[in-house]
Write a protein that binds this ligand. Structure first.
Ligand code: DX5
Ligand code: ZN
Length: 216
């Protein structure tokens, strides 16, 4: 069985002190730092961009998992990888050429991922999975922290896991949105091995303990 990795999202951290949020995530025993980049166009909200990633990279002991919620992500791949994104994922329906974008991320030395919102089926993109280092299944609609987990995403994780197995593609499935101690167990059961959690970790009385229990 794959090792479970926990990626707390700094979206739920204190924006006046994101450096501390990143250091805390390391000290709490997580595996990755999930960074949500929103452009106010692909999603309604705006968060931060490359300069923030570069600044956080300097203080992080963990790899940065950068989730782009921006239109035409290909415009910024170079800069995000240079800023320190170790994993870089984007929504293929926001891209003019998702295959080229994946290849570019890999060529620059980062791990490339496709992100699928709840209403985006994986089948049209399945042929590109060979060019991915991970697949990110959204279990809420991208754009906001603290939303309720969408149960149907578990079936999507199972279907993708089956597809990957049948095609001998050995990459992890990441899940993002509404993950707490209960939904995490369902997500692990369905075959997700990287779990993003924003509010569940940052609002916990004991974040280190919560991270342990999300791991199962
Ligand atoms: C939503 C983001 C998530 C968000 C998850 O657009 O992609 O990463 O931070 O937050 P929770 O865990 O609170 O649903
Ligand atoms: Zn995210």
């Amino acid at each position: 069985m794959n090792k479970i990795q926990i990626a707390p999202s700094i979206l739920s951290g204190d924006f006046a002190n994101l450096g501390k949020a990143v250091r805390d995530i390391g000290e709490w025993g997580a595996d990755l730092v999930h960074c949500d980049v929103m452009d106010g166009v692909f999603v309604k909200n705006l968060t931060f961009g490359m300069p923030m990633i570069a600044a956080l990279k300097k203080v992080s002991t963990l790899p940065l998992d950068v989730h782009l919620m921006i239109v035409e992500p290909e415009r910024y791949i170079d800069e995000f990888v240079r800023a320190g994104a170790d994993m870089l994922s984007f929504h293929p329906n926001a891209s003019k050429d998702p295959l080229a974008a994946l290849q570019k991320i890999r060529a620059l030395g980062a791990k490339a991922g496709l992100v699928l919102n709840p209403d985006i089926p994986f089948q049209p993109y399945a042929a590109m999975f060979k060019e991915c280092d991970f697949i990110l299944v959204m279990s809420v609609y991208a754009g906001l922290g603290g939303q309720k987990f969408i149960e149907a995403s578990l079936e999507k994780v199972r279907e993708i896991r089956t597809y990957l197995k049948e095609n001998n593609i050995d990459i992890p499935i990441e899940i993002d949105g509404g993950i707490n101690e209960i939904t995490a167990a369902c997500a692990r059961e369905a075959g997700a091995t990287i779990l993003v959690a924003g509010s569940a970790v940052f609002k916990a009385a004991d974040p280190a303990l919560t991270i342990k229990s999300l791991r199962g």
